[in-house]
Write a protein that binds this ligand. Structure first.
Ligand SMILES: O=P(O)(O)OC[C@H]1O[C@@H](O)[C@H](O)[C@@H](O)[C@@H]1O
Length: 283
């Protein structure tokens, strides 16, 4: 899936393998999980075949880290700068239980302070084994003033959209970005993706399941208040240069996010949010 020739030009990658053969590929550009395979070797994340792999662009697919601004809801570039920054590798190791651990870090710099005048560190902790992947974002305020941020783990899940169904969203209040950001209550027990979907579900406190024909993916989050479900459909793909016109058929984003109420972080304190993905194979 990844093209090593291109990658060497613009990205440094970490490949980490758990004792049971589960593996992740992580780019330092954005601390971006680009690939996650279980021991069966099956890719669980979508990566766009038209991804540019340019160091000045966000990677289209995998798990973009969104910080300190979700979407265009503030003065910063869309989805903030974390996904465009070069992170440092802090650790890549195998835990006593055989699971793989990769930790990456980012701190404020002259460049980030120009658009976000605060002192901070970010850490992304990626743990994986068997059929599960856990990503945790830790934000620490290392400055003297409080600051506010919104954030997300913008996970692109590999799925045949025509066969997919989302469970667990019924009853939540959500903001519908494809209907003038109207606030609605989710009535459907099962959400099928049959048109553009771009919703922020608020105060999500239960797992969301993306059911498919061969597997189901259970997304559980902690720390993050909200969850975004996004599929651009054909009309959206036509406007996004690094997606093919039919890419919408192959992924659904389930994003663990904090959007409605920004986190206000006091000096010398940390916030953390995690998304856990568990793949259940259908016999
Ligand atoms: O094209 P980008 O910047 O990666 O954003 C992709 C999508 O990200 C989602 O989180 C937003 O809800 C969508 O509105 C947006 O289109």
């Amino acid at each position: 899936m990844l093209n090593p020739e291109n990658l060497q030009e613009t990205n440094d990658f970490i490949i980490a393998i758990a004792a049971d053969g589960a593996r992740v590929e992580v780019a330092l550009h954005g601390a971006h999980v680009c690939s996650w395979r279980g021991p069966d070797g099956v890719e669980r994340l979508f990566m766009s075949p038209l991804n540019s792999w340019r160091s000045d662009a966000a990677i289209r697919g995998g798990i973009p880290v969104i910080f300190p601004q979700f979407a265009s809801e503030g003065p910063l570039p869309k989805h903030g700068f974390a996904r465009l920054s070069t992170w440092a590798l802090l650790e890549s190791s195998r835990q006593l239980d055989g699971s793989g651990l990769v930790r990456l870090g980012l701190a404020d710099s002259e460049q980030t302070r120009q658009v976000f005048p605060h002192a901070f560190t970010l850490e992304l902790r990626i743990t994986f084994s068997g059929q599960s992947l856990n990503t945790e974002l830790v934000v620490t305020n290392t400055g003297k003033q409080p600051f506010a941020f919104t954030c997300a783990l913008h996970t692109y899940l590999n799925v045949h959209v025509a066969e997919a169904a989302l469970y667990g969203l019924q009853g939540y209040r959500y903001r519908d970005s494809v209907d003038n950001r109207r606030i609605k209550i989710a009535e459907e027990e099962i959400l099928h993706i049959a048109e553009e979907v771009d919703r922020v579900y608020f105060a999500v406190d239960k797992p969301i399941t993306l059911g498919g024909r061969k597997q189901s993916m259970i997304a559980t989050q902690a720390g993050f208040a909200d969850a975004v479900v996004w599929n651009p459909w054909e009309n959206g793909c036509a406007k996004i240069a690094d997606l093919k016109l039919d890419s919408y058929r192959h992924f659904v984003c389930i994003e663990a996010a904090t959007v409605e109420h920004p986190v206000l972080l006091a000096p010398d304190t940390s916030w953390s949010g995690a998304q856990n993905l568990e793949c259940v194979l259908v016999a």
